[in-house]
Design a protein around this ligand. Structure first.
Ligand code: NAP
Length: 350
């Protein structure tokens, strides 16, 4: 079986393209037959929705829930927010600079936030008051060309993709902003790149990492391994009848994620992305299905790669790693003066 590598921009792009070719997909070990039964059943349910034009059309027709989407000003997040709004959901969009996504036809509540500045997160939680959310899509993410600090001096992919996502969701859980007495769905956008990440050294969690263009993918993969490990730990701690946790990789998406690529490779990269990658609208469909479709009720802690339910990497699923990351992240946030409270008891497993 082949193991796709996401350790540099070229291999990551090639791995993404390879995943789009059905014959190659089975060589990568992603055929239905190779998955445990309960995951294969979830894959089948997803494919039934995506393969049936009528089911797809009516993906979220009766979903009127209060939905929060991060990173909704571009790419995948914008497409998710637009599909949710078209279905009738009430949208809460914390966006950089308080910008409204261009494609939205319906009105949405928009509020400024910066995931590269932890001090902006509590104001989003206050802004939601007294609303309760039915769906939370944590999608904001960056892929930077070289290491760059957040407001708190952390490396940006660690800070935006993981730490702010952790802090923000933990604040929502602590302040009871998820609908009580109903199952709120939380979707964390990760990446298959998490499988290529080096083991996490918790004693150095959040330590500055210096990298240039050739090695940025390693740090990106690290941030996505942290997201998957966090998702698995949340699923172990939270009562699935109160909160269901999903992690997803949308596959290669023709978005603005590679916006920092050097000018010399941009024309070729743009062409590859346009011709070989999924449109944000197509990539959003499985994510919206996970967030809204009744067929996925009651599940938690699952990982989808596009339409396929797979196990996360062993590192991400390791309960000791999950517990350690939870504690180490709380300690880091305390050191940064951005401590988070424990999740409210109503969301915890009995
Ligand atoms: N594209 C792919 O091939 C691919 C593959 C696997 C996983 N993903 C993941 O999918 C997610 C969405 O990415 P995308 O492909 O749609 O890329 P994108 O077009 O660049 O969208 C990224 C979104 O995140 C927001 N964001 C970035 N930094 C932020 C910050 N400091 N504060 C608040 N919001 C911030 C951006 O806001 P601005 O508009 O203000 O910049 C934008 O709305 C990311 O988590 C990414 O890692 C993408």
């Amino acid at each position: 079986m082949l193991k796709p590598s996401h350790t540099n921009p070229v291999s990551a792009t090639l791995a993404g393209l390879a995943q789009r070719i059905p014959g190659v997909r089975s060589l990568l070990g992603t055929s239905l037959g190779s998955q445990p039964t309960e995951l294969a059943a979830l894959t089948r349910r997803m494919r039934e929705i995506l393969d049936d034009p009528e089911a797809r059309q009516s993906l979220a027709p009766s979903f009127r829930g209060e939905s929060l989407v991060t990173g909704a000003t571009s790419g995948l997040g914008q497409a998710v927010a637009t599909q949710l709004a078209d279905a009738g959901a009430s949208l809460w969009l914390p966006t950089r600079g308080g910008r409204t996504p261009a494609s939205l036809h319906q009105s949405a509540q928009v509020f400024p936030v910066d995931f590269a500045d932890l001090t902006t997160l509590p104001s989003v939680v206050d802004w939601l008051e007294p609303r309760s959310l039915d769906l939370v899509v944590l999608n904001a993410g960056v892929m930077t060309r070289e290491s760059r600090p957040t407001k708190q001096g952390l490396e940006s992919m660690f800070g935006v993709n993981y730490l702010a996502t952790f802090a923000f969701l933990r604040q929502l859980l602590a302040s009871e902003r998820l609908r009580p007495g109903k199952q709120t769905r939380v979707v964390l956008v990760s990446s298959e790149a998490h499988r290529s990440a080096a083991p996490v050294d918790l004693s150095r969690l959040g330590a500055w990492v210096d990298f240039g263009m050739a090695h940025g993918m390693r740090q990106y993969a690290h941030s996505k391994l942290l997201i998957c490990t966090f998702a698995a730990e949340l699923a172990r701690r939270l009562d699935p009848s109160a909160v269901s946790i999903w992690a997803v990789c949308p596959g290669p998406v023709n978005s603005r994620i590679a916006r920092e690529a050097p000018a010399a490779v941009r024309p070729l990269l743009d062409l590859v992305m346009r011709l070989g990658f999924r449109s944000p609208e197509a990539a959003a469909l499985p994510l919206v299905a996970l967030g809204t479709h009744p067929t996925f009720a009651g599940e938690t802690g699952r990982y989808f790669h596009v339409e396929e339910c797979k196990p996360m990497s062993e590192r991400a699923l390791d309960p000791e790693a999950g517990r350690g990351l939870w504690d180490a992240t709380e300690s880091l946030l305390r050191r940064l003066d951005a401590a988070v409270e424990p999740p409210a008891a109503i969301y915890l497993r009995p």
